[in-house]
Design a protein. Sequence first.
Length: 423
Amino acid sequence: MTTPDPTPVPEDPFAAGPPQGWPEQPDAVVLDADAFRHSQDDLYRRLRRDHGPVVPVLLERQIPVWLVLGYREMVRVTTDPKTFARDSRRWHSWDKVPDDWELMTFVGYRPTMLFTEGAEHERRAEAIIDSMEVVDPFELRALCERVADDLIDDFAGSGSADLIADYACRIPLRVLSRMYGLDGAESEELQQITVDLVSGVGGPAAHQKMVDQMVSLLAQARANPDRKNISTVLAFHPAGLTDDEIINDLLGNVYAAHQPTTDLIGNALRLMLTDERFAVTMSGGRRSVGQALNEVLWEATPVPNWIGRWAAEDTMLGNRRIRKGDCLMLGLAAANADPDVRPDFRAGAAGNQAHMAFSHGTHGCPPVARELAEAIAMAAIEVLIDRLPDVSLSIAPEELEWRSGLMMRGVSAMPVEFSATSH
C-alpha cells in the first residue's frame, strides 16, 4: 500500500502543447491574506465596482488567479464541471508556483475525491455520502453533547476560558473521529496531529502519523464489518474503493471538516456575544442559535474563498476571457454579499438558505455533510448556553481579532468570563 505525499509534484495529463500562461491583465489586483483580515465586505464592494464580477488577481508570490465575485457567475462555475474542472493538474501556471506556496495544501494534487472529475468523482462521492448517511442524528446529538460537556468540565470551575482554544477548536474533530470509529485515546491523538498540521509545526512527520492512523482505522473496519460507522461503510461499499482511496478520502474529510466547523461555532458565538439581537436570548432562546448560524453562513462564512477550479477550455465569464488552464478562486463570501441576492436579516429574511457558504454543485459540500456540520455547531452552542448561561466577553467586542487568511475566516481568540461552577 502506498501513502499519499503531503506535497506531491503535480503531473499534467491534460497538456495539449506548451502552456499558454497568464494573459497580461492591466487591471490585475494584488491580494494577500491581510487584505481579507478586516472589512472584507468593503474589499468586495471595491473590487466589484472597479472590476466587475470576475477579477484578475495576483496572490502571494504573484500567482495569477481569477477571483469570482458574482453570485450568478458562481452558480455557472459550480454547475458546469466540464468547463470549470476540479483536477489541479490542468493548471498551466505550475511553473510559477513554488513548493512552499501558502495555498499548496489546497491545490497540490492528491488522489482524493476532491480532485476527481466525471464518473470517477460520482463513484467516490457516492461512497462518501453513503458513509455519512449511516450516522444516526439522535446518536450524533448525544455524542456532541457528551463531547461539549467534557470540554466545559475542564474549565467550568475557573470562571474564564478562551472559547476558541478551549472549546470550539476541540469539538469537531473529537466528534468526527468517533464517527470514524476511533476510541477516546485515538481521537485525542488525531486531534493533536491535526492541530500540528494546521499550525505548520508538524510537517511531513505529522502527516505520516495521520496516514498511519487511517491505515490502522481501515484495518479495524475490515476486521469488524458489523460496526456501523463511516470507516466500515467505506471499507465495504459497493463502489469498491481501494485502501488508498479510502485513506485519502478519510484524510480529506478531516481537513475539510475540522477548521470550517470550528470557525462556524466560533463565528456564531461571536455574533451571539456581541450583537444585541441575540444577547437577550442567550439563556434559553433556542431559535436564536439557528438564526445565528444561518446569519454567519451568509455574512461571516468560515470559508470565504476556495481555490479552485481550472478552465478545461477557453470560455467567457463575467465579460472576461478565461483561457484553458486558468485557475479560478471561488469568492464564496463575495457571492453572498452580491447586492442582487444578499438578504436583509433585519427585515426577516434570516430563513434564506441560498448562500454559497458550502459552495454549490457537484463539487460543493454534500447536503449530508452540511447537516452534520450544522448539527455539531448547534449542539456545541446550546450546551455552552445551558452550562454557562451568564457567559460574556472579557474584552471589548472590537478587540476580537480575525485570523488572517484567504481560505479560512475565524476569530483567533475569544476570552470570556462566567460564574464558576462545579460539575
